[in-house]
Structure formats: C-alpha cells, structure tokens
Design a binder for this molecule. Structure first.
Ligand SMILES: [Zn+2]
Length: 406
C-alpha cells in the first residue's frame, strides 16, 4: 500500500518527545457529529484555515480528524518485543496514562469531549525484535508504519475494528523498556487504511508513546489527531518557545497547562457566543473575560488584522489545569493561520519579564511564565495601533480589558 510521507522532525531537547504530523488523510468527510458542526467557528474573527499546511485556522475541515466533541474511542494497545520483553505488567503501564489523559480532556473541553480509552489489557508481542524496526528520531515513515501495522495485526484477534469509526483513534503504548531516550513519540495520520480481519480499519489516526512519556504527552499527541499543530519551533532557536507553557501543544513535558482559548474554539469546546469579536476598526470597547479555568462566560477577545492574523486576549488564573502556572492575568498573543506547525503560528507577548518562579523551573520555555498582563498594564502594537489595557479584576478571576483598534 502507498502511504503519504510524514515529515519527522528532530526533538529540540533530549527529553522533549513530541512529533510532527503533516499527512492529512483524504477520506470520508461525513463522520463529524452534528454537535461539532453546530459549534464551528464562524464570523469575521474566524481566521481562516489554509489547506496546504497543518495550521490553527478555523473551522477545522470536517471529517479530516478525530472527534474533539462528543465521544472519541481511543483503542489502546500495549506492545513489547521479543528482545525487550516487559516485566512490570500492563496494569502499571496503563495506570501511567489513565484516567489522567481522559480527565484532562474532560476538564479542558468543559465536559464536551468524552474520551474513552479502550485498553486491550495485555502486552502484545511484536513479531520482530525492537532493533529490527530500526526506529530513531527521524526514521522513515515506512519504518514507523511497519511497527504500527504489526501492532494492529497483533491486536486483531482481540479487537473488532468494525465497531470503530473514522472519528476514533489508536494509542500504541510501548513498554518503557524499549526506545529509551530516543524521543519516539509520534502521531501517524494514515493516507490509506490498514487491513484487518474485519476489512480496512476505519481508524486513520494512530499515536505511539514510549519510554517515560507522560499522560500529558499522550494528550499532546492526541491533540494532533484532532488537527492541532505543534506550537514549539522546529528550527531557529529551538530553546525559545514563543507560546511558552500556555498550551499543551507548546509544552507537554512539565507541569499541566490548560490550552489556549483559540484552540478551545477550534476544537468546539467554546461557542461562538463565548468569543468577543473586535472586528470594527477605530473603536474602543471594554470587555470582561472569564478565566479559562471556569466553565461559561466570554473566554476570549479576538482582534483580527487580516483574514489570517490577529491578536487574542484571554484570562488565565492559577486554577484547574492552570493550577501550577507561575503567574495569572491577561494573556495577549498573536496568531497567524498561514504558519504551519513548528513555524510559530502563536506568539505570546511578555507583559512582564521572567520572575524567580519562571527562572526556578530551569527551562527556557518558561521565559514566558510571567507573560500575563496585570491590572494597569497595557499592550501596545504601534504597527496596527492596537492597544489592550487591563482595567480591572474581579474576585472570580475575570478581567476587564479595554481594546482600542487603530
Ligand atoms: Zn507534536
């Protein structure tokens, strides 16, 4: 079978096990649930999707990705190898990821995504030694696919693939004894289905996680299956993360973080009515933003500057998935939907310099740990003559901001 090539990108740091996935499958577009379609972003602030890149534009093309609202069934397979056999047991490996991965999505989506891990609770032995797969960061798509196909084949007697849909996904969780330090975590978006006893498997999005990858890494990789791109840089200064620790698609290697309101809109986790669109030029308006950690209310202001670019304003507090953030306040960032994953589609503006909290964490991507703007602070962009002033903060963490457009 022919498969579309996937671009594999070297990890910026040895401990940073993330991936790239650019081969969007061209399959049936009828699988998306009606609830997702009803919430599809629209209006002048819906910065557009660009079909030639994996980008953060909206709305996400229907049917290309796994479900991000409603139910997603995550068939979960545990594998080991004849030369690297697991000795710690499948339950221990399972418990490293579940229920944490599902709970993260439940919280981040405000209950809109019911992520159901469906584990096959045994280690499936691969037919070839680990060494025979010649896996490494940057290994060819064909090499990676060979393991994926063997895992599906090993699971076939245990699984009725006909019960799944194109909105579902497969997690392959490898024994932590294999692939140590190789940063092999990846998302595979198949161009053609894999054959099973039940015929072609409808599942087109397959993730694998390895070694000491955490449940947050699994959330990150699953985010790719929903159409989210990487927010960390593939080239240039790869120690500087322009989206900092403010989204799991930027940094999933340390403490939890919530996801940007823009991503929540894209995934159908907030409605159009929760997006305050400041499309009118030469206006000054005051808006109240409720923090992402609270369900309901206005979650972001969008200030579009073209059909593909704009400023986003949202409130972040040290609650919920953001409970370990260094600082809270109003986050201001720039989005550019013409930029592919790894090419910095999101840039967070630093309202404040890193403080001792960010420094103490010892990670370069924490440079934006103290980025949120505080009451009395103003972001100014001279080029577009846009100003965003934080004018107040309420007890529930909601913030008022005054937006002036040039
Ligand atoms: Zn990634």
């Amino acid at each position: 079978m022919a498969y579309a090539p996937i671009r594999w990108v070297a990890a910026p740091l040895a401990a940073f096990a993330l991936c790239s996935c650019t081969a969007a499958p061209e399959h049936d577009t009828s699988r998306q649930g009606t609830s997702q379609a009803a919430r599809a972003p629209e209006g002048p602030c819906a910065l557009k999707w660009h079909d030639n890149t994996d980008n953060i534009g909206v709305p996400t093309p229907s049917g290309k990705w796994t479900h991000s609202t409603g139910t997603v069934n995550a068939l979960t397979l545990f594998i080991d190898f004849p030369d690297i056999q697991d000795t710690e047991g499948v339950q221990a490996r399972h418990d490293q990821f579940f229920p944490a991965t599902a709970e993260y999505f439940k919280t981040a989506s405000y209950g809109r995504l019911d992520y159901r891990p469906e584990p096959v609770m045994k280690y499936l032995r691969m037919p070839k030694p680990f060494s025979a797969y010649r896996l490494e960061r940057g290994a060819s798509y064909e090499a990676r696919l060979a393991l994926v196909k063997d895992a599906v084949a090993a699971a076939d007697p245990e699984v009725d693939f006909s019960t799944y849909t194109k909105g579902d996904l497969i997690n392959i969780i490898v024994t932590p004894k294999a692939g140590k330090g190789l940063d092999l975590a990846a998302t595979h978006n198949l161009a053609e289905p894999i054959e099973t006893d039940e015929g072609p498997s409808p599942i087109m999005h397959i993730v694998d996680v390895w070694d000491n990858d955490s449940s947050l890494i699994l959330n990150h990789e699953n985010g790719h299956t929903m159409g989210l791109p990487d927010l960390y840089p593939y080239a240039g200064d790869t120690t500087k993360f322009p989206a900092g620790h403010w989204d799991i698609m930027s940094d999933a290697t340390s403490d939890p973080t919530d996801m940007l309101a823009w991503h929540k809109w894209k995934l159908g986790w907030i409605d159009n009515s929760q997006v305050d669109c400041a499309a009118q030029q030469h206006t000054t308006t005051e808006r109240t933003l409720t923090p992402l950690a609270i369900t309901g209310g206005t979650k972001m202001a969008v200030i579009p500057t073209s059909d593909s670019t704009g400023f986003i304003v949202e409130a972040r507090t040290k609650d919920g998935l953001d409970r370990t953030q260094c600082a809270e306040g109003v986050l201001v960032y720039w989005v550019d939907t013409t930029k592919a994953g790894g090419d910095n589609p999101v840039t967070v503006y630093a309202g404040n310099q890193p403080d001792s909290c960010g420094q103490a964490k010892g990670s370069n991507w924490r440079a934006l740990a103290n980025a949120p703007y505080q009451v009395g602070q103003t972001y100014k962009d001279p080029r577009t003559r846009t100003t965003i002033a934080v004018t107040g903060r309420n007890d529930d963490g909601s913030h008022t901001v005054k937006v002036t457009r040039g």
